[in-house]
Write a protein that binds this ligand. Sequence first.
Ligand code: AMP
Length: 214
Amino acid sequence: MNIILIGPPGAGKGTQAKRLVTERGMVQLSTGDMLREAKDSGTEMGQRVAEVMSKGALVTDEIVIGLIAEKLDSLGDAGAIFDGFPRTLAQADALDDLLQARGAPIDHVIEMRVDDEALVARISGRFSCASCGEVYHDTTKPTRKDGVCDICGSAQFIRRADDNEESLRARLMAYYKQTSPLLGYYHAKGQLSVVDGMGQMDAVAGAISGVLDS
Ligand code: AMP
């Protein structure tokens, strides 16, 4: 099964994708994670994307489609969770073509709907384990033991450079301008389901499972 999670920054796409990886053995394909890896690699492409990402703008379709195509080549039979991709209609078209070639189309597109006001609070307190990637929040999900990851015991944490109010405003604008038209596209194709992303993590996970098992 292949699914797409769509929602504004801070909607919880990454958190829910990680649950699906654990619970259903699917593979998370996050273009944001791939781009952060490219950024850290110090290559010329990495430097170019770092600048765009820090402004909260979208990286070119060509780069992200290339990254996804490469990952799909090595995916095998596992179901994919597209997290943060596609973000433009050109990316959606490219994904349709790539999946058609694999004979494994998209089964569900899930919009995670969240109030804009909640996003600033969610994003400004967000940090993650540098080792295993578990995501935490200063107030809503701190580590159980101060400074130690609950999952892997690492003491190294990172905060994303673009998790600040100015970048968030730009990222939200990019979402409404370039990504939200995809909701109409997938609705017209009969693939779109909406879940309330404002609830507790377990409730959101339950709603997503309901869609996948429907
Ligand atoms: P995310 O981790 O999904 O919030 O993505 C972080 C940043 O990476 C975004 O603000 C964009 O600059 C870039 N990015 C991630 N995915 C895409 C995509 N599909 N298309 C263009 N830019 C992307």
